[in-house]
Ligand binder design. Sequence first.
Ligand code: ATP
Length: 463
Amino acid sequence: MKTTVLIIEDSPSMARTYDGFLRRAGMETIVVETCAAGIDEISREEPHAVLLDLHLPDGSGLKLLRWLQKEGRKVPVIAITANGSMGTAVEAMREGARDFLVKPFSGPKMIAALEQMWMRTEEETDDTPVPAPAAKPQPQENQAIASQMIGESLPMKAVYKIIEAAAPSDASVFITGESGTGKELAAEAIHRNSGRSRGPLVILNCAAIAPNMLESEVFGHVKGAFTGAVSDREGAAERAHGGTLFLDELGEMEIGLQSKLLRLLQEGTYMRVGESKERRADIRFVAATNRDPRKAIVEGKLREDLYFRLNVIPITMPPLRERGMDTVLIASSFLERFAKEHGKTQTTFDEGARAALASHGWPGNVRELMNVVRRAVILGTGQGDEVTAEDLALAMQLDGEGQAPVVSFSEGAWDAVVEPLHVTERRAIERALAVTEGNIQEAARLLEINPSTIYRKKTSWAV
Ligand SMILES: Nc1ncnc2c1ncn2[C@@H]1O[C@H](COP(=O)(O)OP(=O)(O)OP(=O)(O)O)[C@@H](O)[C@H]1O
């Protein structure tokens, strides 16, 4: 019996293109133009997969996904979305689509997406049934999605939401954010919550490897490929087969090598250094940079086509200074951990220390915060159970070589020397609330304003 794919696409030229790709790959196809016709087809005879355009004449393709859920049908769906409609794609994943493709895409990409989807569905049905979308974590459980990340601020809740929606797909993810904001933790959360969690997560920091060795690190090499290549060696691509490859500091990868990476992304193929045999790897890609990618493209340091391939799901990690109360929450958690590790009794911050935590700019973000808290614990007098502002001040003075960590995002267009007054106002209020642990009366007293102003502002932010 041939594999049948139902194509639901209202543009005749697009439908013909998809039809051609699939037939050339030896599959049967059925083409319909509307959601209603798609439902009829599936009711009559369930295909092996559905390619679903999300923008249809009789409404959004999401309707069909909801119908499948209601009927308890397990036919796997790949949603198709236009570039720039990422919101709908993420929504489709929530509604049970197994993957999505962003137009325009190549025939091999489409076939690879189908094959990977079937492979995963088979693996899942081996021992456990394909999880019903209803069994997916609910939004209020967002925090559990990224269980190693602490933070309840709105920007972090948005990050958890995107991770939750995007993790189950095979779509590439591009994470931006200043150094130390948790990009690697986000990549780990994506892998852990994906269908590939039982496969490997391979992390490669492009900045930590000598440029002339990076190709061999990514693709492997054969014996004799270069001086020192004394035996065959597999690369990250091979190790990541069936799992996720996290390419940290991608902007540091030399542009020629980026072309080879693009081929791996598009066609799933690569060659070891010194070998002409083509190898295949089934990989989900997550990349990150602490630089502004658009600027890197303009400067010729990042291939635009590679960026667009990787940037299917963009995630921006907010800097600590935009996370309000999170600073105190994260610091408190580190304090408990380090106090235990170093056998100290101080497990809380006094009021002055909380004020210091909330008012510092944290250019090095969570990593800097972690180092300061660790140092404060080690240097603390060990008397009493509170870390004081003095303990923190000493720890901050001893920050590394006395230099603030590099904040690459502050270069160029994202320079924010001056910020809108309402942002300054909100920051001041959030700091006061952080210091007073959410006590509005006390925060108002510190800010020398009426408590009703804080209530009013908080209500307006929630809208
Ligand atoms: N929200 C968070 N809660 C708790 N710990 C965090 C959080 N975010 C980051 N960390 C910790 O801070 C440190 C830096 O995080 P991570 O390495 O993920 O940042 P990064 O953005 O990848 O940094 P870089 O750009 O320098 O590679 C790690 O030890 C990580 O565990």
